[in-house]
Design a binder for this molecule. Structure first.
Ligand SMILES: [Zn+2]
Length: 591
């Protein structure tokens, strides 16, 4: 990887961190820093901090941090090079093609091109005489030719190598075809077309690139499953994308309709509902929720009235609730899916169904009654207890009050009793959440992929090393003092040793330290660690004294025998202490 330092610096200079982050996070000034709600985890009080002074950000809630490039990389789901390119584009800086070694970047470009070519191949086949079987199927389901063209739908021939031969003729290698997952490789080592005798839906991202395919089997064809989808590739992650989002993004300021199948999306668009999307695969993911929340305010979940549909909607509802989006649920009458319903009753009737969408609490209250006989006392009690759980789950006190009132009126329960029960449930839930939070604190620290795993074995040395790094970042003029006493290889933990090594390299050449110098040599979690170190408290006090003290601690620790047994450490207590520390820190920042 070699974009020149001067280009990187130029890009950084033109993209100050505040202006890059603020379109994604609403930031408020706090002293010389800015804070906001973290876009990388769900939170209600802001832990996400931006430090304009050194161009970094850090979240005290989930521990993610870095520079502008890290931020763009994470939020746009790009690799480092693409993040740099995106920021370069945004600020009108040209990067010379020769400036970067771009094996991955080039492979991605080839996959995008190849996917486009593949989509064209499927589409042309569908429109040809040979593809009549598939076209008949699609038009038989009510799709117009214009819609088929709009979505670039296609068909895969009933053949093991038509696509392979086509792509070969266009100059693509089998290795690349395999990487794009349009081709499979058998155990005997022979290559074959992954999609055969299927109607093909190209999946297009919000930037208009063909990233994957979803192939639907003909009715009655049971060989190989109803759908065959592209697996994850360098340009595609199933859990991060939605079918139809490329069109919906321009029509969804108010709301997005989330449906179950690709076919529903296509027929809803044809009927004028261009804000419909579908999750790719069986379940809805937090990443998809995040994507939606960038474009709209409200999600309408439409679902089949069967048990599976209800479960899926409830799960999606829970995920969406954490994004701050308003969620409504609509049941398509007669247990039909939207596609069937529109065909039978027309678009305007479906519009009316959408208008009748209810919020999630109401929806759950309605469905909870389905299998209970509320004419009996036992049934009534069962329903009211279930309703109490549902109402307790709502975070909106006004909403809770409205539904408590309704339940009391309808079922003749006393308000005091129902309110009391709901308060109990909420307290129990809060306890569970607190326990989960402690669990979350334990896990990252003890996971082997914690940014600096050796810190646990060498806490004193690591803290001193952090002190040295923090002081030198804000006082690079102490470099020769530090370097004369402490060489990088003398640091105890290897991550800090690497960071300090890079700092020495930069400073000895008389250059200015910049955290972006590290995004090339550090992984994301290590970058977060570095940012927390340089913005933390370890350099508090007289910097020169802190530096000298830290160095002497490191040198002592280096020679000390390492503790061999840490198994007796009480994890729960340790985590509780840590949580206290974090809370205290949070309180300080918020206060
Ligand atoms: Zn966070």
């Amino acid at each position: 990887m070699a974009i020149s330092d001067s280009t990187i610096n130029e890009i950084k200079y033109r993209n100050d961190i505040e202006s890059v982050i603020s379109p994604y996070v609403s930031l408020k000034r706090r002293g010389k820093n800015l804070v906001g709600l973290c876009p990388f985890h769900n939170e209600k009080t802001p832990s996400f901090t931006v430090y304009p002074e050194n161009g970094s950000f850090y979240c005290f809630g989930c521990g993610v941090g870095g520079d502008v490039f890290t931020f763009v990389k994470l939020i746009e789901n790009l690799d480092y090079i693409d993040a740099v390119k995106l920021l370069a584009e945004r600020s009108g800086i040209a990067i010379e093609e020769t400036e970067y070694d771009n094996s991955l970047s080039k492979l991605k470009e080839r996959i995008y091109e190849m996917n486009r070519e593949t989509a064209k191949f499927f589409h042309n086949y569908l429109m040809s005489e040979n593809g009549k079987w598939a076209l008949d199927y699609l038009t038989g389901r009510g799709l117009k030719i214009a819609t088929i063209k709009h979505f670039g739908l296609g068909a895969a021939p009933d053949s093991w190598d038509s696509l392979i031969e086509h792509l070969k003729a266009k100059g693509y290698s089998l290795t690349d075809m395999l990487a794009a997952n349009v081709v499979g490789k058998s155990q005997r080592g022979s290559y074959y077309d992954r999609f055969r005798k299927r109607v093909m839906f190209p999946i297009i991202d919000v930037r208009g690139r063909v990233i994957a395919f979803s192939g639907r089997a003909m009715p009655g064809d049971t060989s190989g499953g109803k759908y065959v989808n592209t697996a994850d590739t360098p340009v595609y992650k199933k859990s991060d994308n939605l079918f139809g989002m490329n069109f919906a993004k321009n029509n969804c300021a108010e709301r997005i309709i989330l449906v179950e199948g690709n076919m529903d999306v296509v027929s809803l668009h044809q009927a004028g509902f261009q804000n419909a999307v579908a999750a790719l695969g069986t379940s809805f993911t937090p990443a998809q929720a995040k994507l939606l929340s960038r474009y709209t305010k409200e999600i309408v979940l439409t679902l089949d009235a069967d048990e599976a549909g209800r479960k899926a909607a409830e799960k999606a509802g829970d995920i969406l609730k954490n994004t701050g989006l308003s969620v409504k649920v609509v049941t398509v009458p007669d247990g039909k899916d939207p596609d069937e319903f529109i065909k039978k009753h027309g678009a305007s009737r479906f519009g009316a169904v959408l208008e009748g969408a209810v919020n999630e609490t109401e929806y759950k209250l309605l469905t909870a009654v389905a299998d209970i006989d509320i004419t009996s006392d036992a049934g009534k009690i069962k329903y009211i207890s279930r309703a109490a759980e549902i109402i307790a789950a709502s975070e909106n006190p006004i909403e809770r009050d409205v539904y408590i009132g309704r339940m009391c009126e309808k079922y003749g329960v006393s308000r005091t009793v129902l309110t009391g029960r709901i308060d109990e449930i909420r307290k129990a839930n809060a306890k569970k959440t607190a326990k989960k939070e402690i669990g979350e604190i334990i896990r990252p620290k003890f996971a082997t992929n914690a940014p600096n795993p050796e810190k646990r074995l060498n806490p004193t040395a690591a803290a001193a090393e952090e002190g040295v790094i923090a002081v030198l970042f804000s006082h690079p003029d102490f470099f020769s003092e530090a370097y004369s006493k402490l060489k990088p290889e003398q640091m105890v933990t290897s991550l800090n040793s690497r960071i300090y090594g890079k700092m020495c390299e930069v400073l000895s050449e008389g250059k200015t330290l910049d955290i972006s110098d590290f995004s090339e040599i550090l992984a994301d979690s290590q970058m977060s660690y570095l940012v927390s170190v340089i913005n933390g408290d370890s350099a508090r006090g007289n910097p020169l004294i802190v530096l000298k003290d830290c160095i002497s601690v490191i040198l002592t620790e280096k020679d000390r025998k390492k503790p061999s047994d840490i198994k007796n450490m009480d994890v729960e207590d340790w985590a509780k202490n840590l949580k206290k520390m974090i809370d205290k820190k949070r309180g300080k920042r918020n206060g």
